[in-house]
Structures are given as structure tokens and as C-alpha cells.
Design a binder for this molecule. Structure first.
Ligand SMILES: Nc1ncnc2c1ncn2[C@@H]1O[C@H](COP(=O)(O)OP(=O)(O)OP(=O)(O)O)[C@@H](O)[C@H]1O
Ligand SMILES: [Mg+2]
Length: 859
């Protein structure tokens, strides 16, 4: 088949040629292949590769084929494809470009020249302007952006001179471009290590829309030919999960020696570190990349294949750990930009985060999406779950006042923690999905087979439709004014339209809340790793195509998800760390427009660690991270954005974001808590009276106190301490535990108390205002739990915590017992109030029932 025969189809030829040049094939071999197999990328690629393997030692020029008019003769792959070339290859290409231009004038693009060349000495060349220009052209062509951001420039310039690079930049800042450009630029393959299948899928989808061939490998890749193709160099960017990298070292080495590997990018690299929030042991083993892709290991390499590590959430300690564990070079370039996201409005709200509070908490969301009308129950069925019972009477418009502390608050629903790996499958019929008629777990499971043929995640170029460029030109410059007055003004404007992601700690809750919202007609979907792949894939697709208004997800839908117009990120329950929180919050407002990040948490109850497979050491670290997160929630006086960016080691100075709830509402009124602090510290001191003179309060004194409770040594216990205070000081007899918890935290932050290293005692330092008993005041901002406690004590005698208070006080105890009808002296229940003893029926079908029945015999 000659080109003449295809005259009417020139554009088709050109497209195929352009695509294949970008994949790294030589122009002449492409033309020859197309002559034989026609203008189809896969066939032409197959043809070239097969020819290579069949007759490896023979080389032919394209001209000779053309001259002879024969079928394409076979040539070795290595001559067709780029080898581990040096960067200079890409600068000295004017002649080649001109040649290509002549041959394919109507393409209007500069194909990547692919040549084998001499070693490149960066310092000998004035390459700066050249690579910037080329990068800029490629970026405009593929992504439609006008310029590189400075951190992107820095990272790419490090790669240009084969340096390792650690990129630390805010969520949504554009880190991916740092490793995508090298693939376009060099014609070699960029291997990206990524932790989540959902993330890989997301990125491949995007790249193909931008005209870049990409695929992903790992457990979520059902097409087993993709791996082979990738290892033969058919994709410019290959996403791999860390487990798979470890398995594919040898094929990757071959790839490095054939088409060439431009770069190993380790995305979400905080997963490497035990001190990070999302440690993955397999990430730690990625030092194999340096060991196996260095000049000492692969003789054909002219330099070690550079590593580029990227994250938006790494503290200083994590950064150091990353550099060490990946064996990154001593000259690694660190590109550090601000973690601040100026268009995100952070808020913390108290909620019991239970089903009883849905009506109050989601009322606004339901209003935003404008659907209050209850829809027919049949249509409402979303994803059913046995344990899930949504009260029919719940109505989002009726705000219940259930926001008080109750024993339920202590019950963390941890039964169903979403473990982290997820797989995505192709979406089916989105109409079915949204009407919810099939959305029971059973349906999805039964239906997986029906969609099997579509479950091909090979997203090689052309599999997805290309978006018009206009749509890709998302303004990354935030439209949020920089000056405080301007920022405050925009707060009165409603948020622009866009979806919401609700993050919850357990899988069960994803289903529960999604179902609740669907009930009010919202287009909501649950997303957690335990759901069928088919469903997950549907959700992903619908989300990106704006078919969903709300996604209720576990962390499985976190890292890297890049959708520009997510307007709200709601965390419903405590996150496990500030890193995870900021990472997930970072899904919002990637178009630079004002977006909300609201944390609903039970401020009355301390968060607990969700079950996971952590070592003891990791657990300790996890507790520290959890308590940082708790403090963020308790804070009432410091700008939330400041706390977040400073957590990552950035100095925010005296700045404020002027958007968060603290900046807008202002801190609460300061209180002089000198008396309370003195009493608290002295009560700690009094515990040690037997061993030491408690009046000897030297400033650096360590005061140990160990409780003996029923003969058993217990850890210091705030409840007991507060009990003592209530007992001894009439004035404080009705104060709430929560309030004292807040004060203890403030004293701890100020360095006046701390837990001893062995965790069995509390050490106290006595500040001047305690020791001298002078007039010096102790002004503090009450924290969230203290304010909450105050609110509670104003309430009538009904709440749980109120009931628990004051029992230590004999007078209060007497009054209460009297109210209960208990006689003061005898302690007997008065006959008038005595209820007839009911015969309890035990359910002998359950083990609990049988046990209580047995025990009741001994009463
Ligand atoms: N130079 C640029 N100019 C304009 N937009 C850009 C530029 N670089 C990247 N972007 C856009 O920024 C958005 C976010 O990019 P990306 O997903 O790479 O962010 P990220 O830094 O990896 O965030 P995360 O940490 O959340 O994964 C993308 O939609 C991308 O197209
Ligand atoms: Mg990213």
C-alpha cells in the first residue's frame, strides 16, 4: 500500500506518523510500516516491533525499502528506537526537524528527533534557553498552558542535567507536569511510581486526552498484553504501582537499554517514609531503582537514570527520610514551594458525626444542590447495607439540636476501615447509575461479568476522545484577591458550582451518607475500596464527567485526584493526620476559585486510631499525628491555613489567610485562668505529697504521681484528677471534664505539664504565677472543647456529661439521690418509686442472650 493510494487520507497518515514519532520511533521506519499495514498506530507499532524480533541483525534504510518497493524488511529494535541517549540529542536537532517538516508539512508540529549520539556534557553547552523554548512549545501544544511555573522549570532543569530532584509543592500546583514534559521532550519512557490505581487511571485518562500515550500496570490492569507492550516501549509514560516495579526490574532494564528510560518519577513520595501519613512498605523498597538503573549496573547508560520524587505533604523529617531511603544523590535538587492554597477556606464545626446529625450537617449541602423534595422510595434505593437504617422521619430541613455530648460520642465506628488499594473498572450505563435502580451491592457484583470486555484500562493514545483545548486551559492563577479587604469581600459571594467530596473514616459511612443524600434527590455516590470495581469505575467516570454532585469516600479517593472545580471537601469525622487532611482538602479549588474545606468532628471526643496493620513504632507515630490533628480542631485563635502550612515546616510569618473561620469570626475572648491553672498544677503536685514536700515548687521540679486504683497501678488519668478538683473545690464542683481537658492541653502546649517518658507519670513545671501567687495573670484563649463545655453547662440538667458531673460533691450527690428517690441514710429506693421487678426475657438465640441468662441465675 503506497502513500499515493492514501492521498485522500493524508491527515490520517500524518496523525499516525506524529503519534509514533512521539512514541520514539524513527520517521523513516514509521513510513515504511504504514506502507505495509496502513495508517494504524497499533498495527504499525506491532509491525516494527515484530520485524525487529524476527531478524535482529539486519539493518535497512528506509530509502532502500522505498527504492525496492518491497515489503518492509526487518530491522533491529535498537536502531529503530532511541537508546539511553543524552540530553544534547534533543537540542541539536534542527536539521532533523527540518527534514521531518519537509516530509510532513501539514502536521504543524515539531516531531521529536531521535538520534543516537555522543555523551553530553551539560556544562559545555548553553542549553538553558534552548530547552526552555522547546519545553514551552511542547507544553503549549499538549496542554495549552502559556508558561511553566517556576518550580516546574527548576525540576525540569534538574532533569536536563541528569540530577535527582525532590519536588515539594502544594496540592494542585502542577507537579505532574514536571515528569510528563521529560517524556515528550526526550522520546524516551518516563516510569511513574504511584500508590493508587485510581490515581494512575485518572492520570492516564488525562494524558491520552492531551495526546500522550500512557498506560498503567499493576493489579488493576486486567489486560495482560499492556505490560508486555509497555516493556517494549510502546507508551511514553508508564504508571506502575511499587509492587509491580519490584517485579519488573529486569524488563525495565531492557527497556532502559532499548527505547530508554528518561526518568523514574516517584509520585506521592511521602509514602516512602514511616514518619509520613501514608507509609507503604513497598515504597521503601524503591531504592532498587538507584541500585539497578545506574551506570555501574547497566553498562550502556551514560549516567544514572534520574529520580524525581514528588509530594505535597512532607514534613522536614519525611523529606530527609525520602532522600535517604531512595538513595537519592547528594546533589539532589530540592524544589520547595509554598504549601499555602490561598483559595481554600478552612472551617471546623462541631458535630456528633452520627446519623442523628446528618439532618443538621447536610442541610446546607442539600440546599446548595437545590433538591429538597423527597423522591419516591423506590428510586431512592442506592446502595443497601444491612446495618444501614435511615430514619424515614429524618428531614434535612429540620435542624435537630442533637449536637450535645453523649455516650455515643465515644463510640468510634471502626469496624470497617477502608484499606488503601483500590481498583477501578469501566463505567457502564450512567443513567442506570444515577437513577440508582441497579445500585445494590448484589447487582454490582452480579453484573461485573457483563462489563468484563470493557474493563480494559489500556488507555493508549486515541482510546479516549480529545477535549477541545479551550477546556484544558484552566486558569491556575487564583482569582482570590491577595489583600485582606478583598478576601473578606468575596466571602459574601456564593461558591461557584461544582461537586463535593465527603471524606468519612469508615466504608459503612460512605454507603450510609450517600444513601441519605440520594434520598433527597442529590446525585451522590459512595466510593470505598470494598465496593465492586465496576461501581468504583463508574463513580470515577461520572465524577469527571460532572455527572455526580457528591462523592462520599474513604481515603481511597484521595491522593492526586485532579478535577478542577471541586467546590467543597467535607471531612465527616476526624482525619488520621494533618497530612492526610491537607492532602484530601487539596482536591478542592484546583481551578483557583474559592472553595470550602470543612471538618465536622466531635470536638467532645478525642479521635482514635483506625485499625491498620501498623507496627508498635508506627502506631506511636500515628498517635502523634492524630493528636496534631486534634489540636488543629481544638484551635480557636490561630489562622487555620497558618497551622497547616507551618505543620509542613513553612514559615507563614504573621500572615493570616483572611478566609478561615478563625480569621473571619475572630478568636474568642481571652480569659484569665490563673486560678484554675494554679489549682490544676497544685492538685498534680499534691499527688506526690507523700514523697516530697509539695510546697517546694522549684521551677524545674518534676512531680510524679501514680494512681493506685484497686491495687493496680494506672496511668495518670485526667478524669481522676478532675474528680479530685471537683471534690476539693466547691466552686468547681460542676465544671465539665471537657473544660479541664482543654486547660490541660493549654498547659501542656505552654510547657507546664508533660507526660513522663515512661507514660506512667505526669511532670509539672510551676510557672511564676503559681509559685509567687502574685498578681500576674494567665490570659488564654479558651479552646474549642472548653467553649463547648461552657455551652453544655448552660444547658438544663439533662445531658450525659452534666449527669456525670458533681457526684464527688456530697451535697450534689445527696440532692441527686433524693431526686432519684433514694433515701439518704438507708440508701434504699423509696417504696413509692419502686418499680415492680420485670421478668427479663433473654434471647437464647444469641450468644450474648445465653450468657446473660446464665449470669442472671447467680444474681
Ligand atoms: N504551568 C501550568 N500552567 C497552568 N496550569 C497548570 C500548569 N501545570 C499544571 N497545571 C494544571 O494544574 C492542575 C493540577 O496539576 P497536578 O495534578 O499535576 O497537581 P499536583 O501538584 O500533582 O497535585 P496533587 O498534589 O494534588 O497531586 C492540572 O489540571 C494541570 O493541568
Ligand atoms: Mg499529583
Amino acid at each position: 500500500m503506497g502513500r499515493n493510494a492514501m492521498d485522500g487520507n493524508d491527515t490520517c497518515w500524518d496523525k499516525v506518523i506524529a503519534e509514533m514519532i512521539e512514541m520514539g520511533f524513527e520517521h523513516s521506519s514509521i513510513v515504511e510500516a504504514i506502507k505495509v499495514v496502513g495508517p494504524s498506530v497499533p498495527s504499525a507499532v506491532e509491525h516494527i516491533l515484530n520485524s525487529t524480533t524476527e531478524e535482529p541483525s539486519t539493518t535497512h534504510t528506509s530509502n532502500s525499502h522505498a527504492r525496492n518497493g518491497n515489503a518492509l524488511k526487518k530491522r533491529p529494535l535498537r536502531k529503530c528506537l532511541v537508546r539511553q541517549s543524552n540530553i544534547f540529542d534533543h537540542f541539536r536537532s534542527n536539521d532533523d526537524v527540518e527534514e521531518h517538516k519537509k516530509e510532513i508539512p501539514q502536521l504543524g508540529i515539531k516531531p521529536n528527533p531521535i538520534v543516537l549520539s555522543e555523551p553530553f556534557e551539560a556544562q559545555d553547552l548553553d542549553v538553558e534557553s534552548d530547552w526552555e523554548q522547546k519545553t514551552s512549545n511542547l507544553m503549549k501544544k499538549h496542554f495549552g498552558f502559556s508558561s511553566l511555573k517556576s518550580f516546574q522549570k527548576e525540576a525540569i532543569s534538574a532533569w536536563v542535567v541528569h540530577k535527582d530532584c525532590l519536588v515539594l509543592a502544594a496540592t494542585g500546583s502542577g507537579k505532574s507536569l514536571c515528569f510528563q514534559i521529560p517524556a515528550l521532550f526526550s522520546g524516551k519512557v518516563v516510569v511513574v511510581i504511584s500508590p493508587l490505581i485510581s490515581l494512575m487511571h485518572d492520570q492516564c485518562l488525562k494524558l491520552t486526552r492531551h495526546g500522550i500515550s500512557a498506560c498503567f500496570l499493576g493489579s488493576g490492569q486486567p489486560d495482560n498484553t499492556v505490560e508486555q507492550k509497555a516493556m517494549r516501549g510502546l507508551y511514553s509514560i508508564v504508571y506502575i504501582c511499587p509492587e509491580t516495579v519490584l517485579r519488573l526490574i529486569q524488563p525495565l532494564q531492557k527497556l532502559a537499554e532499548s527505547r530508554g528510560i528518561a526518568l523514574f518519577a516517584i509520585d506521592e513520595v511521602h509514602c516512602v517514609s514511616k514518619w509520613g501519613h501514608d507509609f507503604r512498605p513497598d515504597y521503601r523498597r524503591l531504592s532498587v531503582l538507584r541500585e539497578n538503573f545506574s551506570t555501574s549496573k547497566l553498562k550502556s547508560l551514560k549516567f544514572d537514570i534520574p529520580l524525581m520524587a514528588l509530594t505535597a505533604t512532607a514534613t522536614k523529617r519525611v523529606r530527609e527520610d525520602i532522600l535517604k531511603s531512595l538513595q537519592m544523590s547528594k546533589e539532589t535538587k530540592v524544589c520547595l514551594t509554598s504549601f499555602f492554597r490561598p483559595n481554600l477556606r478552612f472551617m471546623v464545626k462541631h458535630s456528633r458525626v452520627s446519623q442523628a446529625s446528618y439532618a443538621k450537617d447536610f442541610h446546607e449541602l442539600i440546599r446548595v444542590y437545590g433538591r429538597k423534595k423527597n423522591i419516591d422510595e423506590k428510586e431512592k434505593v442506592f446502595i443497601s447495607d444491612d446495618s444501614d437504617q435511615i430514619s424515614n422521619s429524618s428531614d434535612a430541613s429540620s435542624i435537630s439540636d442533637t449536637d450535645s455530648v453523649s455516650p455515643d460520642d465515644m463510640d468510634d465506628n471502626q469496624d470497617d476501615y477502608a484499606y488503601r488499594d483500590i481498583n477501578i473498572m469501566h463505567s457502564g450505563n450512567s443513567d442506570d447509575f444515577l437513577t440508582g435502580k441497579e445500585l445494590s451491592i448484589e447487582f454490582l457484583e452480579n453484573d461485573i461479568d457483563a462489563f468484563q470486555s470493557m474493563d480494559n484500562l489500556d488507555v493508549a493514545r486515541g482510546d479516549f476522545c480529545v477535549l477541545p483545548h479551550k477546556e484544558l486551559e484552566l486558569s491556575k492563577n487564583t482569582n482570590i484577591p491577595k489583600k485582606p479587604e478583598g478576601r473578606v469581600k468575596i466571602l459574601n459571594e456564593p461558591l461557584e458550582q461544582g461537586p463535593t467530596i465527603i471524606y468519612v473514616p469508615t466504608r459503612k459511612e460512605t454507603l450510609r451518607i450517600a444513601k441519605y443524600l440520594c434520598k433527597f434527590g442529590l446525585k451522590a455516590a459512595a466510593y470505598n475500596a470494598g465496593l465492586p470495581k465496576l461501581h468504583l469505575r463508574k463513580v470515577h467516570k461520572e465524577f469527571h464527567e460532572n455527572g455526580l454532585e457528591v462523592i462520599v469516600a474513604t481515603i481511597a479517593f484521595g491522593m492526586g485526584i485532579d478535577k478542577s472545580n471541586v467546590r467543597r471537601i467535607i471531612h465527616y469525622g476526624w482525619p488520621q493526620s494533618l497530612e492526610a487532611y491537607y492532602q484530601e482538602a487539596g482536591r478542592a479549588g484546583r481551578d483557583g476559585k474559592l472553595s470550602d474545606c470543612i471538618l465536622y468532628a466531635n470536638l467532645a471526643s478525642k479521635p482514635s486510631l483506625l485499625p491498620s496493620r501498623k507496627s508498635e513504632d508506627q502506631k506511636k507515630q500515628a498517635y502523634i499525628m492524630l493528636s496534631d490533628c486534634f489540636r488543629y480542631g481544638m484551635n480557636t485563635s490561630c489562622c487555620r491555613a497558618k497551622i497547616l502550612v507551618e505543620y509542613f515546616g513553612e514559615d507563614f510569618g504573621h500572615q493570616k489567610c483572611h478566609l478561615c473561620d478563625v480569621c473571619i469570626d475572630g478568636p474568642p475572648k481571652k480569659q484569665n485562668l490563673k486560678e484554675e491553672a494554679c489549682i490544676f498544677l497544685q492538685t498534680i503536685g499534691a499527688q506526690n505529697q507523700g514523697r516530697r514536700d509539695s510546697k517546694d515548687y522549684s521551677y524545674d521540679d518534676d512531680i510524679h504521681f501514680d494512681y493506685n486504683y484497686r491495687g493496680q497501678r494506672e496511668r495518670p488519668n485526667l478524669r481522676m484528677l478532675v474528680g479530685k478538683i471537683r471534690q476539693q473545690f466547691q466552686k468547681f464542683s460542676t465544671t465539665d471534664m471537657l473544660w479541664w481537658r482543654g486547660l490541660a492541653r493549654i498547659l501542656e502546649v505552654k510547657g507546664y505539664i508533660r507526660e513522663g517518658d515512661d507514660k506512667s507519670h505526669v511532670q509539672a513545671k510551676f510557672p511564676e504565677f503559681v509559685r509567687s501567687m502574685n498578681e500576674e495573670a494567665f490570659w488564654v484563649y479558651p479552646e474549642a472543647d472548653m467553649l463547648l463545655a461552657r455551652k453544655l453547662t448552660e444547658k438544663p440538667f439533662s445531658s450525659f456529661s452534666e449527669w456525670g458531673k458533681g457526684w464527688a460533691d456530697p451535697e450534689i450527690r445527696r440532692q441527686r439521690l433524693e431526686r432519684m428517690g433514694v433515701k439518704r441514710k438507708s440508701g434504699m429506693v423509696s417504696s413509692s418509686k419502686r418499680k415492680p421487678k420485670r421478668k427479663v426475657q433473654h434471647d437464647l438465640r444469641t450468644s450474648r442472650g445465653r450468657l446473660t441468662a446464665k449470669l442472671s441465675k447467680y444474681k
